[in-house]
Design a protein around this ligand. Sequence first.
Ligand code: GLC
Length: 685
Amino acid sequence: MSPSFRSLRDFLEVTDAVADPPPSSGDFEKEVEASSGKEVETADYLIDLQQKEERTTPIDGQLSETLEKESDEASEKSSDFSAFQEFKSAWNSLPSADKDGVSECFKEASSGSLATDKVKSIHNGLVSLESREGENPNITIEKCQGSVGKGESYKSQEENESTEKTEKLKKMVRVQSYEKIADNASVAHISLKSYASVGTSFENFELNGIYSAIKSNNTENTAMMEEAWETLQKSYVYYKGRPVGTLAAMDPTAEALNYNQVFVRDFVPSGLACLMRPANAGGDPEIVKNFLLKTLHLQGWEKRIDNFTLGEGVMPASFKVLYDSHRQKETLVADFGGSAIGRVAPVDSGFWWIILLRSYTKCTHDYTLSEMPEVQRGMKLILNLCLSDGFDTFPTLLCADGCSMIDRRMGIYGYPIEIQALFYFALRCSRQMLKPERDGKELIERIDKRITALTYHIRNYYWLDFTQLNNIYRYKTEEYSHTAVNKFNVIPESIPDWVFEFMPLRGGYLIGNVSPARMDFRWFLVGNCIAILSSLVTPAQETAIMDLIEERWEDLIGEMPLKIVYPALEGHDWRTVTGFDPKNTRWSYHNGGTWPACIKTGRPQIAKRAIELMEQRLSKDGWPEYYDGKAGRYVGKQARKYQTWSISGYLVAKLMIENPANLLIISLEEDKRISKSKLTRSISF
Ligand code: GLC
């Protein structure tokens, strides 16, 4: 047995799961043995695993060819993945002078030199620009030559190589068209031009913003970045010598509770930071791969709370590595909600796992991981939990309170937007990675149907803007039959007073929850951000959400970005909805507290402004978990210091501003099949 085989086997615990609690029959190692029934076949399988492990990255042409055949999203996958990969590595290997040159190119593209190019997608400040060969390549190349021309005075071989790289990069510059916005606008029968945020200046605004953001952020706050990287590295958790995740927080002054564990949701920004960091600067995709494999292994455990066994696909909320001094072995302890305060089940964990798997694949081009049979199986188990038939009349997922990032009672039970947006995001990601073999094809069909239904439901029934609010305000009630306008029988008197004041003329958002006779009008940050990242909302809705943030900056951002929920529950509402929760008093923690966050804004100047606010305090205050107060001015009463996702969230925000191509590691384009249908109805588009 070769050493690498041994270490891989040890790491995956393929045959020896003694250290862990007894795995369930779903455990993939066991399944491997059961399916073969013979040791020799197991060994073959292990060798196969080893070979897969040893396959180089990027993958070979044959494998990529197979992949392309296997999915009807092949074109999206190959062009998207490889163009991005090329773009990223070309960008990373450029000296900063040349980066400036390319940035100039972007600037010129935005200022009209490339006016003949249609801008195809507003995928928010995405800087995947490419001169369209055959359409107007000359314009781009010539224009760019001017700005990179400075390089001509340098004659060294290195410089020549970098000029070549720049040229390659420029060729990849693609000015995408805004035709999708136009589609939506025409669907809504509204002229875009009258709205500043979607108006004619939009292209210049976007690209110039990105350009200056790229330039100015190259030199800023290096010390804070270094501190953040160092602290992130200190939070690494090792298992059998390999990093498998990051601690939630490392506050020496507070009781650890479960903050000394690796939380699945908390690891996502850490993982993204490690993926986005250029390899030559310490980028570390390995920790992400290890994390994905380790949590997959935990999924295979039998999960029991009291006498009740949880679904096979449930992923843990968190896990930790313990050293068993008796057996002189490291063991893993996972929490599926059974130990969590309030016994809350992490509905979001499985979705985040799928989303991170797709980010890993997209960034590294290493398809071997997502193609492993046990990884495919893990994905299917998660999806089966959500796609099984039941009594539902809605395509949304019914959830208990505390099932996501807001893991305490906060009145989010029902159909919370955060889970619905993550559900959609995970469906779209799985759609790219699932292989249509065996039962895969049928599952893919179910996914497609659910994506369509979910998109329709969310875009229509969760969307609130001035016009829609006015419609609801005038709703008739007690309508029967399919012709009802007020489908959920929402009583207009249930609309809270604050929302009439809060709603600007320009802008809109997805409300917190929709169910029979109940609309939770509160603003929830994570749900809206995930809806933007995953393109669950239309480009026009995306723009409107950003408008809302601009219009209501004081309320939603204040002195520290961003407010997790708006407004806070107070008085009687706080007592009845949170159950007198002392940790969730008004404007604190999950109840209107402010969390250092990173979002795909599509308006770099907003992102910059938000990051600047963070930079003024975050490091000085010891990277707290959250801030309190209406303006987010005070370090949270019970906030942990050195909270890892505050650190990695900051790093991800900086990495995306520095190199906007990084956005593609996490974001999704609009689903082309869905963008054609009529889904919006607001005048704010
Ligand atoms: C808090 C947060 C939760 C997070 C955990 C670890 O419980 O509400 O979202 O995962 O801390 O940081």
